[in-house]
Design a protein around this ligand. Structure first.
Ligand SMILES: Cc1ncc(COP(=O)(O)O)c(C=O)c1O
Length: 466
């Protein structure tokens, strides 16, 4: 294959790249992918330390997933949901049984995280409508009846739930600003629970203070009569890889129960073994009302899901679920997902993710101890980050939220890692993103940490004015 094949020129010229001005689009031409690696047409082997937008938890082209896809292609690829197919039926059942809570759940399948989030939010609002009007559930019949059923969604500032209108509207991430002022009505933002940068309180008190403030928000937004649901990421992803501080998600669950709200837990990025458990929420005692899965669910095919608890599913037994789209429950994608689930749940697999995660954390903490630019190391399983800071005391972030699209030394570090070390990480984050495929070896972890060491030396030098 020529070094710069035509297709790369075509893609650069005619494909819209996400979240970018198009003039500088220069995609790297790929010859093949395998495991954690991308091989380019000019013979480079690049390690994908972002797992292809966290979609390939089992690496590229896992043999068991490929075999399942090939076999499935011989029979059914897609039929509408008026028909049943073996992989779709089995996948729905397995997810219903594996997700926390009683097994009478139902699963809605979509093709993007955003679409599954849209489904979750619509379902939450329709659930509250059904509760109010069909089940005589008016929480306070004497309450002012401006808008007749609970519709508000409470999200958190440090969050990303996708780029379609509703998903972006419930995202605290600055990418929401592209949607403004035409965000969907009825969304309220609460502060996030982040021990490293608590918006208020101290590292000792912030969880409790956050919960008290969330309670205050719910009450002042109209409580049970007005608020439908709270949506949270199990582990905050794009906005900082922030594992839930102990008690924070449990506290939200308690508030939801007290006020009659649904709790939607978005595991698009953190699910499917990424944190060393199949569902990230399994690190807590929380049983969500709706779980959103995406990205790695389809093991590289576009397949996402909103898993409705038995309670939510029951609401739609005799009332219409007012949502849908083509390709829902895609048989081929479901076959790949089932094969991936089998691998993830095999004896020892998730345990090995946790063990490799501990090894990774040790390496990252050692790097942090030698580099002044690292303010915080945090994560869970194989879902880690090193937040970079402008001052050694960590008080000054490298980049303010309002500076998301400005060039920072993080971008320079990411470019250096790609050009000099053949390690691919996102360029637009708050620090170094360390999210390898779950099949990574300890030797590969040691290898990419050496590359990161050199990148951090570069950042230290830049911050010292060099
Ligand atoms: C937590 C979370 N939810 C939803 C989404 C949206 O997923 P998609 O890009 O597949 O629409 C993302 C994407 O990064 C995400 O991280």
């Amino acid at each position: 294959m020529p070094e710069h094949p035509d297709f790369a020129t075509s893609q650069a010229r005619h494909m819209m790249q996400c979240w970018s001005a198009q003039a500088g689009y220069a995609p790297i031409p790929v010859a093949s992918t395998d495991g954690c690696w991308i091989e380019t047409t000019d013979g480079r082997r690049i390690f994908d330390l972002r797992s292809a937008h966290e979609c390939i938890n089992l690496g590229f082209r896992h043999p068991r997933v490929l075999d399942a896809l090939k076999a499935q292609m011989e029979s059914v690829v897609y039929v509408t949901d008026d028909f049943a197919t073996e992989p779709t039926g089995r996948l729905a059942q397995r997810l219903a049984e594996l997700a926390p809570g009683p097994a009478g759940k139902r699963v809605y399948f979509a093709q993007s995280g955003a679409a599954a989030v849209e489904a979750a939010i619509k379902a939450a609002r329709q659930y509250q409508y059904n509760r109010m009007f069909h089940e005589g559930g008016l929480a306070h019949a004497d309450a002012p009846g401006q808008y007749p059923y609970p519709y508000k969604i409470i999200s958190r500032y440090k969050s990303w739930h996708g780029s379609t209108a509703t998903a972006a509207s419930v995202s605290g991430d600055p990418r929401r600003w592209f949607q403004e002022p035409l965000t969907v009505p009825g969304v309220v933002f609460a502060p996030e629970a982040n021990a490293f940068r608590p918006p208020f309180g101290t590292p000792e008190t912030f969880v409790e203070e956050n919960l008290r403030y969330l309670d205050h928000i719910i009450e002042n937004e109209g409580g049970s009569n007005k608020v439908a649901a709270v949506i949270v990421e199990a582990v905050v992803g794009s906005n900082g890889i922030i594992p839930p501080p102990p008690g924070s998600l449990e506290g939200i669950r308690e508030l939801c129960d007290r006020w009659g709200l649904l709790m939607i837990v978005d595991e698009t990025m953190s699910g499917m073994g990424r944190t060393g458990r199949l569902f990230a929420i399994e690190h807590t005692s929380v049983v969500p009302d709706i779980i959103v899965l995406g990205k790695a669910l389809g093991a590289s095919c576009p397949l996402t899901a909103a898993i409705f608890s038995e309670k939510v599913a029951a609401s739609f037994e005799h009332h219409i679920f007012g949502h849908g789209q083509s390709y829902s429950g895609h048989a081929l994608a479901s076959a790949g997902a089932l094969a991936a689930l089998d691998v993830l749940l095999e004896d020892g697999f998730l345990e090995s993710v946790r063990a490799k995660g501990r090894h990774l954390e040790g390496k990252l903490r050692e790097l942090a101890s030698r580099h002044r630019c690292v303010g915080d190391v945090r994560g869970l399983g194989l879902f880690y980050t090193m937040e970079l800071v402008a001052t050694p005391d960590g008080q000054e972030p490298l980049r303010k939220t309002t500076e998301k699209y400005s060039r920072t030394v993080v971008k320079e570090a990411a470019e250096y890692l790609l050009a000099e070390k053949n390690i691919y990480v996102p360029t637009d984050k708050f620090g170094i993103w360390v999210v390898p495929p779950l099949i990574v070896t300890e030797a590969e972890i040691d290898w990419f940490c050496e590359g990161i060491d050199d990148a951090l030396t570069l950042v230290d030098r830049r911050l010292a004015g060099g």
